[in-house]
Write a protein that binds this ligand. Sequence first.
Ligand code: ADP
Ligand code: MG
Length: 236
Amino acid sequence: MPAALIRIENLRFRWADDADFCLDIPLLEVHAGERVFLHGPSGSGKSTLLGLLGGVLVPERGRLHLLGSELTQLRPAARDRFRADHVGFLFQLFNLIPYLSVVDNVLLSCRFSARRLARATAAGNSPAAEAHRLLTQLDLDASLHGRQVTRLSVGQQQRVAAARALIGQPEIVIADEPTSALDTERQVAFLELLRDECDRSGSTLLFVSHDRRLAAGFDRQLSLATGGGVSAGGSA
Ligand code: ADP
Ligand code: MG
């Protein structure tokens, strides 16, 4: 088997003001192209783990190996660059910029990464054309692409956030409970589109949710226990 795309080893993280919580991961590997469903109850440390993988948080000890780079060895500016270039984040509350249009929100990922700008240009002739393609593929009608994002429904904003995570084909797409505001049927439909687009761009998908009903269609399931321990759940 080829080297893992993500390899976490002997990792420990604690928040300074939360003595009860300790994220402890002896070994976690994700391979290129895998679609992994990370499950765990609220407060089990899912978002904390994603913050570590994004290089926003730094562990107390252990290794965080992504795409051949050891995140814990990078300086903060290099970690930020690494994240912008290689990781597409889809947040629970989307974190869209309210005064920008749909397309300009999607293009933000390209503004922060020359690599993703180049890849979006190669994929779509222009970054804007690639943004339009992604939005349409994610089922957001072209008539809405020029609109200010605050004038969209929550379900529509989710599509925008997904397109922003996907543009420029980052190797890793990380989604932190982006579907919790939607009913189950719409969540499932959205997940199918997200997985299709990850397949198309060859992105590895790490999808996080407290809702196990969404696990179907993923290659593998991992679980975080209350208090921060991780276990492999086998195939989803
Ligand atoms: P989940 O995403 O699984 O709901 P989190 O990673 O958000 O869990 O939280 C795990 C634990 O870390 C919780 O006990 C929470 O209170 C604590 N925590 C999360 N964010 C912070 C923070 N910024 N400062 C201090 N403690 C935090
Ligand atoms: Mg969370």
